[in-house]
Design a protein around this ligand. Sequence first.
Ligand SMILES: Nc1nc2c(c(=O)[nH]1)N[C@H]1C(S)=C(S)[C@@H](COP(=O)(O)OP(=O)(O)OC[C@H]3O[C@@H](n4cnc5c(N)ncnc54)[C@H](O)[C@@H]3O)O[C@H]1N2
Ligand code: MOO
Ligand SMILES: [Mg+2]
Length: 635
Amino acid sequence: MDVETERELDNASPTYLCVGWNPKMVRPTAYFIKMDTIKFGILTVSDTCFNQVKEDTSGPKLQEEVKKYFPGSTFYKKTVPDEVITIKETLKSWATYGCDIILTTGGTGLSPRDVTPEATRAVIDREVPGISAAMITRSLAVTDLAMLSRAVCGTRGKTLIVNLPGSAKAAVECFGFIKSCIPHAVALLSDKKELVANLHQQVQATTAESKVKLENIANRNRESPYPMLAVEDAIKIILDECQRSLEVDIIPFDKSMYRILAQDVYASAPVPPFPASIKDGYAVRAHDGVGEKLVRNVVAAGDKPCEEELKEGEVIRISTGAPIPAGADAVVQVENTTLLKTSVDGYQEEYISIDVAPTEGQDIRAIGSDVEENSLVLHKYDKILPAHLGVLAMLGKTEVKVFKRKSIGILSTGNELKQPGEPLKPGQICDSNKYTLMSLLKRYSYDSMDCGTAKRRAALEKAFSSHDIVITTGGVSMGEHDLIKQVLEQDFDALIHFGRVNMKPGKPTTFATLSYGGKFKIFFGLPGNPVSCGVTCILFVLPVLRYLERSKSYKFPVVEVSMNKPLVNNEDRPEYHRVSIFNQSGRLWATSTGNQTSSRLNSLCGCEWLNYSTEKTACRRGLSDAILFDEILNL
Ligand SMILES: Nc1nc2c(c(=O)[nH]1)N[C@H]1C(S)=C(S)[C@@H](COP(=O)(O)OP(=O)(O)OC[C@H]3O[C@@H](n4cnc5c(N)ncnc54)[C@H](O)[C@@H]3O)O[C@H]1N2
Ligand code: MOO
Ligand SMILES: [Mg+2]
């Protein structure tokens, strides 16, 4: 009987342990921490194995697996029956002996003798439900039976206890799901602060160090090396470069709102597919004319058509949308009839009179009268709006081919940024740009993902690994910490197409393309000043997103407006002045939203138009051009 506690020492113990693989990283990331050997307890809980009716395969398999990932570990091993007392005693004594982690296998199911979770719960002082949740969630991807697991995980003093399933396969599988958290859990439980801090640092760190170094400040550029481009030229470059990433997608029709059709849509069947009544009334033979008629039958919408030919002197009661019965060639609305005789109980109509002479085809929707079979109904490049979506449903289409939308990742940059609600230390501010950007995109129905803060190369790597378009805000001007352009060039081999645009706000706007993981990626480095960030998103990002999905109206319209006051621009750069517009006496008038400093984000509030002029004094009294970007008027 293998009931003796066996301590197995493996002295060839490397002290560096692989903590985990982050599945979200393109390149697998190994984090290493230096720590003493981990003491594992492997407790097989099984009546049959304890009584040697069956050989214990789970315990040894589990140990083999643990050794693979934690090569320097030592082990306590034991097999016990499904008895709460015995299980509890073993767990308690192994915790006292300084076991770092105890893996139990068996006794977690629903059979009457399964008591491992009860015994575990009785000895732990804190539950760690995340581990059980991780095991169940990931096991559910393998088998529905995972629903029946009652595994408990928790800590007793400095020992982590994890219930694993009884079968060798499932135990090994579940161990695989949770192994990445073991060293960190052990470091936390043993209060090894240095290890914990080191690990945290590594998790946040880049997979490879950035080639961009801060030390040589004295050598930095004192002039921007990027030529200053006109806005129109910058837009042209973006559109030209992005041209190549045009793709189509087949998506469920009910998810296609606001998308652009990449196909003509034809009707494969006529609408309506049968002649249908336009009114609630009576299906008649038109040449029967007015007078008394027998109400022979009734047909409602959804009923199968009456096949028995309508005879002279008969009518069939019919509802709007119901199929016209055989032999009928007109419908008379109920308002143009009189009830003559009811059934004995008084509930049914037996005879009515037709009071107004019908004409042939009256109030009948002929087959295909709305949509002819094989006819072209929706056109390639149409934007799918509610009615288009309804038409797709009407035609019975379940899928539709649209131009593909790019996935967009958004990152902020800057050590000064905190999220709204977080306490601000002196020098810190709330990150507003990310919220402006994500909601501006959303306003035009584009989803984007918050990819965090681009402090390091790693955050950008992560963003490029999962998005086609990456947009950062901040870090693109002349400051010693404005390293976005250098990181792109040096760490990502990106081609920076431009890094300065002659405009206010938005001068340091940057546009680059690169190949990452063999895929073409588009990069926008928008300026950090909050208004600059919003305005450049409107002027550069939104049009290109629309262009990429072949929206006919990818450019925002420019409309002539009147100025009641001159808008003063003190800079040499053409200004995109935020204005609101009102309509008076059939003319559109523009009013400034006030102080136009690039940091004053509220100057974007209430503004649906950008007034611009290439002159120094942006817009004199009189006429001026304004770019309308309000999507309500522009969809
Ligand atoms: N020597 C020069 N300095 C500056 C120039 C220049 O040409 N030469 N250009 C100015 C212009 S114009 C702009 S616009 C800004 C752009 O700066 P960066 O893109 O480098 O952005 P940062 O330096 O990171 O930040 C600027 C400003 O914006 C605030 N900020 C940044 N991110 C956020 C955010 N997510 N939410 C709210 N506010 C944010 C940041 O705290 C700074 O105040 O450069 C001028 N300098
Ligand atoms: O270009 Mo900056 O955006 O003027 O503030
Ligand atoms: Mg800066």
